[in-house]
Design a protein around this ligand. Structure first.
Ligand code: CTP
Ligand code: MG
Length: 227
């Protein structure tokens, strides 16, 4: 298999405020994280998934998928980028994709599209166009201007890159103190121009309490359309 998937799953889910990290919340008969991992493992080119979890996480070992030989667990870090970098240290393939644990509604066609584009260009990310009018605030509650929607995209995951450049870019950007919220931002910082692959807007990151029900709805729709 030519790709390794890295799944950062070491967050605490502060905005979800659920009593346990959101990746372990129940969703359609299993958990958010198991849906996410299964979506990745179903792709024939992904031979291994490296999951970064919090060091003293006791939920992950309780999942059946923790014993899947294709799944490797590593310790996450303070920020998402630290978790990703820890996992990247164990990647042995030339190509890697990074996908949030909290995005269980990944459609197979989108996964395929981002893998293909990543290899063809200087990396690629799934993204979707913003829908609402965009305003710039003046910092005191008033509008200081409107921003053209045409150029703006939401950065989603998976994000797909050659392993070595990504590892180097992330390490260097972190060392330089940059605020790195996704892999593409580290690559951009290092001078690469990753590709935007327009993906489905239902590939949501479960972030706030209301998102869990939405994710269940989208996932159910996807499962029904696959049958
Ligand atoms: N993540 C991680 N390591 C961290 C922080 C986040 O691996 N130190 C992971 C999360 O588990 C999640 C993904 O990165 O799958 C996206 O982060 P986010 O949605 O912000 O999740 P949390 O940090 O858990 O949520 P919050 O910011 O509300 O606390
Ligand atoms: Mg967070």
């Amino acid at each position: 298999s030519s790709f390794t998937a890295v799944v950062p799953a070491a967050g605490v889910g502060k905005r979800m405020a659920a009593g346990l990290p959101k990746q372990y919340l129940p969703l359609l008969g299993s958990t958010v994280l198991e849906h996410t991992l299964n979506r990745l493992l179903e792709h024939p080119a992904i031979g291994r998934v490296i999951v970064a979890t919090a060091e003293h996480d006791h939920w992950f070992p309780a999942l059946a998928i923790a014993r899947d030989p294709r799944v490797l667990r590593v310790n996450g870090g303070k920020e998402r980028a630290d978790s990703v970098l820890n996992a990247l240290a164990r990647v042995e393939t030339d190509w890697v994709l990074v996908h949030d644990a909290a995005r269980p509604c990944l459609h197979p066609a989108d996964l395929e599209a981002v893998l293909a584009a990543g290899r063809q260009h200087e990396g690629a990310i799934l993204a979707c166009r913003v829908r609402d009018s965009m305003k710039r605030g003046d910092g005191h509650g008033a509008i200081s201007g409107s921003v053209s929607r045409d150029e703006l995209w939401h950065a989603l995951t998976p994000q797909c890159f050659a392993t070595r450049p990504l590892r180097e870019a992330l390490a260097a950007a972190l060392a330089a103190g940059c605020d790195i919220t996704d892999e593409a931002s580290a690559m951009e910082w290092a001078g690469f121009r990753p590709r935007l692959v327009e993906g489905r807007a239902d590939n949501i990151k479960i972030t706030r309490p209301e998102d869990l029900g939405l994710a269940g709805f989208f996932l159910q729709q996807m499962i029904e359309s696959e049958q």
